[in-house]
Design a protein around this ligand. Sequence first.
Ligand SMILES: *[C@@H]1O[C@H](CO)[C@@H](O)[C@H](O)[C@H]1NC(C)=O
Length: 378
Amino acid sequence: MATQTFQHPLLSYLLICIAFAPLVLSSPTTLNVIDACWRANPNWALNRQSLADCAVGFGKSALGGKFGNIYVVNDSSDDPIDPKPGTLRHAVIQTWPLWIVFSKDMFITLESELIVNSFKTIDGRGVEVEIGRGPCITVQGVSHVVIHGIGVRDCARGKPGLVRSSPSHVGKRMGSDGDAIKIMASSYVWVDHCSLSHASDGLIDVTHGSTAVTISNNYFSNHDKVMLFGHKDGFVADKKMKVTVVFNRFGQGLVQRMPRVRMGYAHVANNRYDEWEMYAVGGSSNPTILSQGNYYAAPNNPFLKQVTKRESGGWKKWKWRSTMDAFENGAYFVQSGWGSCVPSYTPSQSFYVAKGLSVPALTADAGVLRCSVGKSCV
Ligand SMILES: *[C@@H]1O[C@H](CO)[C@@H](O)[C@H](O)[C@H]1NC(C)=O
């Protein structure tokens, strides 16, 4: 038998630290395909509009304000009927494409829902912008809207009243129901790197025949009904809905609907689920769901291990499929249906989906990033 050499425990600990130091320092984040498109570029702030080329999935072609002017918001005040130049509302109602940025950190409390017109990008990179403590964002009957890098939280119901939706139109609104981002009858919408928490209704709702939507790199926390896709049972306009949910982190204090889908199709890929208080992925009205390469960590409660929840009977034929998912702490996905369930992306929409176990690294920077102008954002 070889003689045992004595090693002080601290020494072996130090040796291990030295051996693994480079690994530990470089591995917390793996830039996912969307982030790899822009974050390493130290000149991102001089080329803000190149972000428009970085989406994947069904919202890939969302132009936002690409090819438009840069609009600098410098005033956090709000007037729903007659917005002042320099305010966010004045920017989003314009009819031309605009790439909207912010001159400084600001917290914007809106007097009524913010009605976003087509061809707008709201780009919070480089400053800290939050919207909340009042009504929040409505994307209704428009196309090509990108919302990137802002916090949306503590959204509340609005009061009925007049709200301007374009330079030439003021309409009577019933008052928003308290969603953080409400997407209705709209297409080509991309929500990326936002931090969303605590609203009086949903955090992101996609309804009333919306389609071509990508929801990526967001950090969701502390909320009951996280995401609703599909207005209501029997609302057939939502059959055409296609949504990609990718690289998001579903963090603490979330209860249900990550997402809850009706009628349409959802590709739920490479998201991280830290827990849920009811379920993660659910739906009714025969939706089609491909769950691919997600990281599902179930809560400790032994009765809450199932990822999925069907909100009505007759679901055996619904196509809900799980592939490459990682299941932690006893999580399990109940599949149903038969036949193909793949998203049938065009070549430009399609992206590499990693195995579920890689997702913690791919989602490590979900939510609002802290980017500095003149430096790469990694
Ligand atoms: C804010 O922006 C508006 C619109 O571009 C401009 O008219 C105004 O002068 C700006 N105010 C300040 C304080 O920079």
